[in-house]
Design a protein around this ligand. Structure first.
Ligand SMILES: Nc1ncnc2c1ncn2[C@@H]1O[C@H](COP(=O)(O)OP(=O)(O)OP(=O)(O)O)[C@@H](O)[C@H]1O
Length: 267
């Protein structure tokens, strides 16, 4: 049976007005042109493209933090134009509140929604366990490694039980080993929770390892160059093993080629 479309991005365009100094008219910076793609329920879809092509801008439009100029974003068929609890966000830096413990950070979004204290506590405990931090709930950010902080960030995003998880290079500040650990963890957590994920990355291997589909964006103003289906069944073997598959290398070469091309993109 075909799965439902969780996220639909339709003909999205965005141009920033950039201040050109006192008295001068702002210059225009076209970033996104006519971007369309869909994410099916329970899938992980990565956005990949060269630095500055507009990946974060696209994610922030989906989040509802940046206004679009044209097009539509729909979650579960409903147009979005402001942040909402149907979308959780994980950033490159976990940015935990330093005066709160890991548990209190996870509880924060629930507090804002006036969820009773005992329910909050139980939910935070479950989520910390899910992300492998069952014993670290009372520790503060400065007592946690970068990888542990990102795990808390993930638990915090999951606390509001979003329909869609938006992740902006969440592992890029981590060392290679921690990064691979967290990639595998994300796959485990995603298969347990069934969450739909839109994931921004620069890293080809990460995109292939995690994703059901990869949306390849061209240079700014970016369009969708192509959408690649990643055929590996889940659960997937460790990345180090998957890298050895000829199909992995083929996809890697194909995406690399597309990202490197400076020629006009196909709409
Ligand atoms: N609020 C803003 N006002 C003006 N320009 C902006 C704004 N936000 C982003 N930009 C510009 O839009 C372009 C795309 O930025 P964005 O951060 O979306 O790219 P990116 O693909 O995520 O980059 P990277 O991979 O390096 O993180 C950049 O040139 C950036 O300077």
């Amino acid at each position: 049976m075909a799965r439902r479309i969780k996220l639909s991005v339709e003909n999205l365009s965005k141009t920033f007005r950039v201040s050109a100094g006192r008295g001068a008219p702002p210059s225009l910076l076209p970033v996104l042109r006519n971007i369309s793609f869909q994410v099916r329920e329970g899938d992980i879809v990565s956005l990949i493209g060269e630095s500055g092509c507009g990946k974060t801008t696209l994610l922030r439009i989906v989040q509802g933090l940046v206004a679009r100029d044209a097009g539509n974003v729909k979650v579960d068929g409903k147009p979005v134009s402001a942040p909402g609890q149907d979308r959780g966000f994980v950033f490159q830096q976990a940015s935990l509140l330093p005066w709160r413990s890991a548990r209190e950070n996870v509880e924060f979004g629930l507090e804002l929604r006036r969820v009773p204290a005992d329910v909050r506590r139980q939910r935070a405990a479950e989520l910390l366990k899910l992300v492998g931090l069952g014993a670290a709930g009372e520790q503060y950010a400065h007592q946690l490694s970068g990888g542990m902080q990102q795990r808390v960030g993930l638990a915090r995003a999951l606390a509001i039980d979003p329909a869609l998880l938006l992740m902006d290079e969440p592992f890029s500040a981590l060392d290679a080993q921690t990064r691979e650990e967290l990639q595998a963890e994300l796959l485990r957590i995603q298969s347990k929770t069934g969450k739909t994920v839109l994931f921004v990355t620069h890293d080809l291997d990460e995109a292939i390892y995690l994703s059901d589909q990869i949306v390849v964006l061209g240079a700014r103003p970016s369009r969708v160059k192509t959408i690649i289906d990643v055929p590996f069944p889940r659960p997937r073997p460790p990345l180090s093993k998957l890298r050895g598959e000829p199909r992995f290398q083929q996809i890697r070469d194909e995406v690399w080629e597309l990202i490197s091309q400076k020629t006009a993109a196909v709409a």
